[in-house]
Design a protein around this ligand. Structure first.
Ligand code: FES
Length: 373
């Protein structure tokens, strides 16, 4: 049995054969191990590396054409008449079938690829020879390919009569080229390729899967990718915005409000909206009132007709100098630091306030609380 199986080429290229490297030979050994086929011997490997026929091949060092081992399923060089398409499912190729396979084919039952793969696995476990490509083709019920194999074999035999001694598998693998490779693939591949591998599958000779690569589908893919990119961009922007500080840009606490001569006697409210201050001028001084009610912090209104400030929140009243005289306010309104800048303008600093707490000394006469008029 081993001698018969030895004649199986497997995936090796036919003669004349170029020198093979270790990688190719290693893949062939792995293939043979998976299929339960006899491994290449050292002599075979040396011959393959040298690009010479293996000892058991025609022209090899181990056998001569007269002593070539009998192939496991010899392909008898069919007469020209047998190369014509067979009349029925039981084809001329059945002559290359093992008895078991011939029996199954004769029963007329078509095998699925998965069933063939299971049979191959069983044979591998049992140490039996794997189904040949011709047998697989016959079991699949594909008479056209089954008939093509002997036809090509016949042609090969006609060109080189000695090649008729080749094993059936080798002859098939040699003569049918890529079609046999696809057939062999069908015996090992079970299941559906992963979606998205159509290019790789096509490159590997396997039929591509997935949607058709039409213009419409390409447009859909571009739209889908654009939507995904937009979503991710928005998400990353929101993500990084999360780390930015929530800053309140408050107005400066120190600022200039013009020259002393710009202000007449009385209360000037022109800076109320911008700086929350009133500029108050009396006959002897200029000072700045910070416009914040000392009760709960509301901004009082200046009532020129009544010559007083009136808080709209709880009714506290302040005279024209910001001193409380009615309502819940506990003390006069605070005054801001005021001084003359180098350029002669009034410089106000509301971060430094002067108070007159109830029952305590007033800070309104401190330096910086007013400017002499
Ligand atoms: S806040 Fe001004 S009286 Fe209450």
């Amino acid at each position: 049995m081993a001698d018969e199986l030895k004649g199986i080429l497997g995936h090796l290229p036919p003669l004349p054969r170029p020198a093979l490297n270790n990688s190719v030979i290693g893949m062939e050994q792995a293939y043979r191990q998976r299929k339960g086929l006899p491994l290449l011997s050292d002599a075979d490997i040396e011959a393959l590396k040298a690009g010479q026929p293996m000892p058991w091949e025609e022209g090899g060092s181990g056998v001569t054409s007269s002593s070539a081992p009998a192939p496991p399923a010899p392909v008898a060089a069919p007469p020209a008449a047998t190369a014509t398409p067979p009349p029925a499912g039981a084809t001329a190729a059945s002559t290359a079938l093992s008895p078991d396979v011939a029996k199954w084919v004769a029963e007329g039952k078509k095998w699925s690829k998965s069933a063939i793969a299971a049979e191959q696995a069983r044979r591998g476990r049992k140490g039996l020879p794997a189904l040949t490509n011709a047998e697989v083709t016959a079991l699949l019920g594909e008479p056209a390919e089954a008939a093509a194999t002997p036809a090509v074999a016949a042609t090969s035999a006609a060109k080189a009569p000695a090649a008729a001694a080749r094993p059936a598998v080798a002859s098939s693998a040699v003569s049918t080229g890529s079609s046999v490779a696809r057939s062999g693939e069908s015996t090992t591949y079970v299941g559906t390729p992963a979606v998205g591998t159509s290019k790789a599958a096509a490159a590997g000779g396997v039929a591509s899967v997935g949607p058709e690569n039409s213009d419409v589908n390409q447009s859909r893919r571009r739209f889908a990718w654009a939507a995904v990119a937009a979503f991710l961009t928005a998400w990353f922007l929101a993500f990084f915005r999360f780390f930015l500080p929530r800053t309140l840009f408050e107005p400066a606490t120190s600022f200039k409000i013009g020259y002393p001569a710009d202000y007449g006697l009385g209360v000037d409210t022109k800076w109320q909206q911008k700086y929350r201050i009133w500029v108050d001028r009396t006959p002897d001084r200029i000072f700045v009132i910070y416009a914040r009610c000392t009760h709960l912090g509301c901004t009082p209104d200046w009532k020129p007709s009544e010559n007083k400030f009136k808080c709209p929140c709880h009714g506290s009243g302040y005279d024209s100098e910001g001193v409380n005289f009615e309502g819940p306010a506990p003390r006069p309104m605070d005054r801001a630091n005021i001084q003359i800048a180098p350029d002669g303008q009034i410089l106000v600093d509301v971060s430094r306030l002067y108070q007159w707490p109830k029952g305590q000394p007033s800070q309104f006469n401190d330096d910086g609380a007013y400017l002499p008029a």
